[in-house]
Design a protein around this ligand. Structure first.
Ligand SMILES: Nc1ncnc2c1ncn2[C@@H]1O[C@H](COP(=O)(O)OP(=O)(O)OP(=O)(O)O)[C@@H](O)[C@H]1O
Length: 668
């Protein structure tokens, strides 16, 4: 008897029954199961392998993969499908994907799909599923992927059109002579001369500086011709937008350009959602292919966090004549949603692959030679490469910085070097090996910090220096702003949500430890000092997913002579104005306590001291990208907390794999 007959592929009802079991155990989302059932109704002939594929393609979207890749799924089904999910063990008797798919060949699976009217081939059509090579897509995502590929291909034209006096303008903006390749200057020159540009680089490699100079160059050239440009800046989250607003503001004031040019460089960064104008309660936007954005240049920062669907909408709404510059760190984790667009597009950025004509063009513009040991020659067909620049010199983390060295070792997958850095104990890197769940050293680190690195007690000490009840409003604002700022000096990041070392348990643990120390009052859900993170955009309150606020007790009006106090949650407005937003706790529907947050949620944020807690067992999420993203959230101190030795080097050698066909569609 073969495996197909035994485990749930013998007929349609056995398959649907198995999918229902997986769904009951939270291995599949209700949506994944519903899709398989819906397709079973639509096509009574749909074979078991098609129903299984339908549920799995939907499941994979939930895991960040744009498609179901048959080759990798069959090679290692449990790993490719991330089943069982993080922190779970299978119930006794559960059929694992590896058991279900044992003995099935890709050709057999593909042959089961092709006759169905539900499955179309890589061409326009209306079938709900699309088969492209060895990958199955939901049509919507196939449309997104091909749409993004088409838009980018159209923007990667081979010809570069330099603005007038490019070399002279660059000389003014980048006056420092360098004896090595000046990647910032090259990024600026290429972005100023083509309709599309990718600028990638690790933390502090000068992405913002480059883009501020680029905007100045473009605006000055346009104003010389008498038509100023409409420039826009956007980021995927409110937090990232606020951070960019702050750093751009500081840099614009130092630009060697006229006041008139400076005034025409935007000082505010919006979110991509706001830029496109989300239509409430829908997936649609006010701006789209039929109603384009009114702008000439768009810069999008932290582009690694933009998922495929968002990128599709952004590109569709961009006028054909507009210039697009995507900035980000290709090595960071991608968005939680499906797709890793920046990572896909910048995959070979380190190698350069510049064609002789790009190199020649740069030489003719007087920008210098392309010299870096990592560079490999390229040709005209590698069109994307001609529009991509990787900034390579971190000014934040120099060669002697422990954080920088650790980040570089992790990013290179070099576990030996990473371990050596930890053993050297540089002043900016702390390393704690937990001796079990009750190790008091962990609570000490989280509450009090160490060696100049803050812990959570610091912001609560500020909180306890409260103004007098009758203090002016301005005094209360300054107090709240100070607490918010102090809270941002430290954050514990976890790799996982569930289990003893997951975000939920750690939030509980820290709350209780702070209560034991008398720093936090005990309370039911809401208590003074509780930090919360918004988990869903709330346009009526002006709060975005990821915004962090702190619960404070404020004096209310004393109309009857009795002073009463009430809790309000204070949020920064994140618009560069330093203004605050006060919200009644009862109005906050989707929030969670945020002493600890997952590395995923921390993207786009930075903290002076960042601690990364690794769980005690490997899981699919524990990868090099996750650890690199965690480390690079730290500005001055980084703490690595291990709960089982030996796991860190293993995780450093594992990579995130996101299945998509974008790179193949664009070519290269
Ligand atoms: N060419 C340069 N010469 C001198 N200092 C520079 C240069 N480029 C960048 N810097 C400085 O290096 C620091 C980091 O630069 P910047 O903020 O532009 O980097 P980034 O890549 O945008 O950083 P992040 O990862 O925080 O987004 C800043 O203090 C900036 O002023």
């Amino acid at each position: 008897m073969n495996a197909v007959v035994m485990h749930g592929l013998e007929d349609r009802s056995a398959t649907l029954e198995l999918l229902a079991q997986w769904s009951t155990q939270d291995w599949l989302r209700p949506l994944d199961l519903a899709l398989a059932r819906f397709f079973a109704d639509l096509d009574p002939q749909a074979p078991p392998l098609l129903l299984l594929a339908a549920a799995l393609v939907s499941h994979q979207l939930g895991q960040g993969h744009v498609c179901l890749d048959f080759g990798s799924t069959l090679a290692n089904p449990d790993f490719a499908l991330s089943l069982p999910p993080e922190g779970q063990r299978p119930d006794p008797g559960t059929v694992m994907p590896s058991q279900l798919l044992a003995g099935i060949e890709a050709t057999q699976w593909l042959a089961a799909l092709t006759p169905s009217p539900l499955v179309g081939h890589a061409a326009p059509g209306s079938s709900p599923l699309v088969l492209a090579g060895q990958a199955l897509y939901l049509r919507r995502y196939w449309n997104y992927e091909t749409g993004v590929a088409r838009q980018i291909a159209a923007r990667t034209s081979p010809a570069l059109h330099a603005p007038p006096r490019l070399a002279e303008r660059l000389e003014t903006l980048f006056p420092e002579p360098t004896d090595t390749t000046d990647w910032q200057k090259i990024a600026c020159a290429l972005a100023a001369s083509g309709p599309f540009s990718l600028i990638t680089g690790g933390p502090g490699t000068g992405k913002t500086t480059t883009v501020v100079k680029l905007l100045a160059l473009l605006q000055q050239a346009a104003m010389d011709e008498g038509t100023p440009l409409r420039l826009s800046l956007a980021a995927p989250t409110g937090k990232a937008a606020a951070r960019l607003t702050e750093s751009i503001g500081a840099q614009v004031s130092q630009l060697p350009v006229t006041e008139a040019v400076r005034e025409r460089i935007p000082s505010e960064v919006t979110t991509v959602h706001r830029l496109l104008g989300r239509v409430p309660n829908s997936r649609r936007f006010r701006h789209h292919a039929g109603h384009k954005l009114s702008l000439d240049v768009l810069v999008v920062d932290e582009a690694s966090m933009i998922d495929l669907e968002m990128m599709f909408h952004l590109l569709a709404a961009l006028p054909d004549t507009a210039r697009l510059i995507l900035l980000g760190d290709k090595d960071q984790l991608a968005s939680v949603e499906a797709g890793a667009v920046l990572g896909d597009l910048c995959r070979d950025a380190e190698l350069g692959h510049y064609s002789p004509s790009t190199a020649d063009w740069l030489r003719r513009q007087g920008i210098g030679r392309l010299e870096d040991p990592a560079l490999q020659p390229g040709d005209e067909h590698q069109r994307l490469a001609q529009h991509t620049v990787m900034l390579r010199r971190s000014r934040r983390f120099g060669h002697d910085s422990g954080i920088g060295r650790l980040a570089r070792a992790v990013n290179a997958g070099d576990a030996v070097e990473a371990d050596a850095v930890l053993h050297e104990r540089p002043h900016d890197v702390l390393h704690l090996s937990c001796k079990g769940p009750d190790d008091p050293a962990l609570d000490r680190l989280l509450l009090d910090g160490q060696g100049g690195a803050a812990g959570y007690a610091a912001y609560l000490q500020r909180l306890h220096q409260r103004p007098a009840d009758d203090a002016e409003t301005g005094v209360w604002h300054a107090w709240a702003a100070d607490i918010l700022q102090a809270f941002e000096r430290f954050r514990l990041l976890t790799a996982v949500r569930k289990g003893p070392w997951g975000v939920e348990q750690m939030n509980l643990r820290i709350t209780q430890a702070l209560q034991r120390q008398g720093l936090l009052s005990a309370g039911p859900t809401w208590f003074e000092g509780r930090p919360v993170m918004v988990t869903r955009n709330d346009y009526s309150l002006g709060l975005m997913n990821g915004d962090v606020g702190i619960t404070l007790r404020l004096p209310l009006s004393d109309t009857d002579g009795q002073r009463r106090h009430g809790l309000r949650v204070v949020f920064p407005r994140n618009d560069g104005s330093n203004a605050l937003r006060w919200v009644l706790p009862s109005r906050l529907g989707a929030v969670e306590t945020v002493f600890a947050m997952t590395v995923h949620k921390s993207q786009g944020s930075e903290f002076a001291h960042t601690a990364l807690l690794l769980p005690d067992r490997l899981s699919p999420v524990l990868t090099r990208e996750l650890i690199y993203t965690g480390i690079t959230r730290a500005r001055t101190h980084f703490s690595l907390i291990e709960t089982r030795s030996g796991l860190f080097p293993q995780a450093v050698q594992r990579r995130v794999v996101r299945r998509s066909g974008l790179r193949a569609l664009i070519g290269g």
